[in-house]
Design a protein around this ligand. Structure first.
Ligand code: ACM
Length: 275
């Protein structure tokens, strides 16, 4: 399966320009699945609830989702991308998975970071996984299970674990990272769950308030053994396609004695609902 990652530098509020730049970047390559950053169409540093609501879009009716549907159908690919979602009087920091037939699945960021708490409603949908088709080298049509989480969700191991328990082969992880730790943490998330992870981050900075936010780049693709297959720079935009085998994520047997997920001892863990 060919998976593609895009590292962008969006200009705040320039939605059409940001979308077209990202779409043009990936048009020159072929992949079965693309992952774009969090809030890739708007930029990150909102200043008010009104501004956030004005830049948020309905899913799937809004122009960003419609443009990605058009692209996915035309190129017969799947795309994951982050955007602000307006749903009634609420605004979510969301991501969408658009598959090659134009079907759309939504994830709403569960763990909001820092001032996102002022402008977004915390996600209210459970983690979920969805099938994405790809062609094997013998032209056979196969399916990979795709799960989504957004940026700061990484610091809660429960996010990746939930997706692994749901059967995700690949965690698609749109991000706008400002803390330095995530690129080093994601290989551990992959190792402890035996999944692939594609973290698509942005570069550049925004100073729309008294504070400057610098985004750390280092978008990366990590395999189920925790190996970093690709890592982008911290300053340059990037597009990279790699071939991965989703089936590698389905072998959870560490050795003859340790099936990774079945070996969990839930009754000894804190913070889980009692069964
Ligand atoms: C983040 O969650 N955007 C840091």
């Amino acid at each position: 399966m060919k998976v593609g990652i895009v590292q962008t530098n969006p200009e705040f509020g320039q939605v059409t320009q940001n979308i077209e730049k990202a779409v043009t970047g990936i048009s020159q390559h072929e992949a079965d699945l693309w992952v774009l950053p969090e809030l890739f169409n708007t930029g990150y540093q909102f200043k008010s609830k009104e501004e956030t609501a004005a830049l948020a879009e309905e899913i799937p009716g809004g122009p960003t989702t419609q443009r990605l549907i058009e692209f996915a159908k035309e190129k017969k690919t799947a795309i994951v991308a982050g955007l602000a979602e307006r749903a009634g009087d609420k605004v979510y920091n969301a991501s969408i998975l658009v598959n090659r037939t134009g079907e759309v699945f939504v994830y709403r960021k569960i763990h909001l970071f820092y001032e996102e708490k002022l402008y977004f409603t915390p996600g209210d949908l459970p983690f979920s996984v969805h099938s994405v088709e790809y062609r094997a080298s013998n032209n056979q049509v196969l399916k990979a299970k795709i799960g989504m989480m957004i940026c700061f969700d990484w610091i809660f191991p429960e996010s990746a674990r939930s997706l692994a328990l749901l059967g995700a082969d690949i965690i698609c992880h749109p991000a706008n990272l400002v803390l330095p730790h995530c690129p080093d943490a994601m290989p551990v998330r992959c190792l402890e769950n035996r999944v692939f992870a594609i973290t698509a981050n942005r570069i550049g900075s925004e100073t729309r308030t008294k504070e400057t936010l610098r985004f750390i780049g280092k978008s990366q693709i990590v395999d189920p053994r925790g190996k970093i297959l690709f890592r982008a720079s911290d300053t340059q935009e990037a597009v990279q396609v790699l071939k991965v085998n989703p089936k590698e994520a389905r072998d959870k047997q560490l050795n003859p004695y340790n099936p990774l997920l079945d070996d969990r001892r839930e009754s000894f863990y804190l913070g889980l609902p009692s069964v």
